[in-house]
Ligand binder design. Structure first.
Ligand code: UD1
Length: 361
């Protein structure tokens, strides 16, 4: 009997893996679910496993935080014996985090097939750690599961064997659709004291935005300017909170009367919050896709995106840290409201992935 190891390590990975695990079970494809422990606190990990009804991990490598080299190396060292013991036919990794490349590399060196979910995305910005993780993971993967057209052309340009490329759609959207009833029932908007469609959700955690003091100050200035006329809710990632505290910016943020600083939310509440936002301001990857599916205008504070379909067809806009630019683009979007949901962003991506794995391994 063929068997699989599924790997997840950080918050967005859990969202991507949940329906894949479910489909694996539904199809009686035996597996081991490995949590690397890259994210380890309740609100970055535990709550996602609980809410998404993900099996308790069979193994938690408990690697925790560290520099990129330390974190990647620790995951590799801890993951190697897992493969040697379980002897999987394929290891499935998702996304672009350090856990993704670490586990793909270990598997590939032990001659175990690697499947990468969300293959082919490219920001063409090698200063982002995630871009390095994407390029390297794709280059050693045997199954390249692609979520949007750009992924196919990027992989072909890089010389990937076309028989490895499978356009399957977007697993994050699978999870969103699967959980839509629970999301509808969430009362997070009342709980925070907001009114639907009358607030903005903002999130930041990208190292290029929050590790550098000047960039962080600019982002906070944008929030300050916009909060003069709009209510903003800011669920803060631990990396961002640590940098805010380190740079003595917390007092300043707490003084902004229209801005609500809150802890990171679980999946169900967070999706409810963005679904009823006037707009979202973010530097996340996945949120660009979720807002496109929900039809909520999204302003991404980055110079590039590895998810260009969210701009070409969806509701996403790349912006600089300038409140006038964001508000002008928002007013323009409101006038036209043109967007479509990208091809295969439905609830069947995990089904397609599992079908291909069963046929080919
Ligand atoms: C990682 C991913 C990024 C992804 C993000 C989602 C890489 C290179 N980056 O970035 O692509 O978008 O996860 O959140 O893999 N921390 C906690 N609790 C936790 C985990 C982390 O407090 O459960 C704190 C630690 O202080 C840690 C810091 O957050 O040092 C950063 O965590 P880390 O996993 O290194 O990177 P992220 O910034 O979360």
């Amino acid at each position: 009997m063929k068997r699989v190891i599924y790997v997840a390590g950080a918050r967005p990975n859990f969202v991507k893996i949940s329906n894949i695990l479910r489909e694996s079970k539904n199809n009686n494809l035996p597996f081991l679910f490995v949590h690397t422990g890259q994210h380890y606190t309740k609100n970055m990990s535990g709550i996602f496993l609980e809410e998404l009804k993900i099996n308790k991990p069979d193994i938690n490598l408990e690697v925790g935080s560290g520099s990129h080299a330390q974190q990647t190396a620790n995951i590799m060292k801890a993951f190697e014996p897992v493969i040697l013991n379980y002897k999987p036919d394929v290891v499935v990794v998702v996304g672009d985090i350090n856990s993704t490349i670490a586990c793909a590399l270990v598997s590939s060196k032990l001659n175990v097939l690697v499947a990468h979910v969300e293959a082919g995305l490219r920001s063409f910005d090698r200063s982002m750690p995630e871009e390095i993780n994407r390029i390297l993971t794709d280059s050693i993967s045997d199954f390249l599961f692609v979520s949007e057209q750009s992924g196919i052309s990027n992989l072909k340009k890089e010389g990937a064997d076309e028989s490895k490329i499978h356009f399957v759609g977007n697993v994050m959207i699978d999870t969103l659709v699967y959980n839509r009833n629970k999301i509808r029932e969430s009362n997070i908007i009342d709980k925070i004291g907001l009114v639907k469609n009358d607030y903005i959700t903002a999130t930041f955690h990208r190292s290029s935005n929050v590790d550098d003091f000047e960039s962080l100050k600019k982002i906070i200035k944008v929030l300050e300017d916009i909060s003069l006329n709009e209510k903003i809710v800011l669920p803060l990632h631990p990396r961002t909170m640590a940098n805010i505290e380190k740079n003595n910016l917390k007092e300043k943020i707490l003084k902004l009367s229209n801005l609500k600083l809150i802890d990171p939310l679980g999946y169900i509440d967070f999706i409810k919050l963005i679904s009823k936002s006037k707009m979202v301001i973010t530097d996340s990857g996945g949120i660009q896709e979720e807002t496109t599916f929900l039809g909520v205008p999204c302003f991404t504070l980055r110079k590039n995106t590895e998810r260009p379909i969210t701009i070409q067809q969806g509701t996403n806009h790349l912006v600089i840290a300038d409140s006038n630019v964001i508000l002008e683009k928002y007013n323009n979007f409101k006038k036209h409201k043109k967007f479509i949901i990208p091809k295969l962003w439905d609830e069947n991506t995990a089904k397609r992935i599992i079908r291909i794995l069963i046929e080919r391994i």
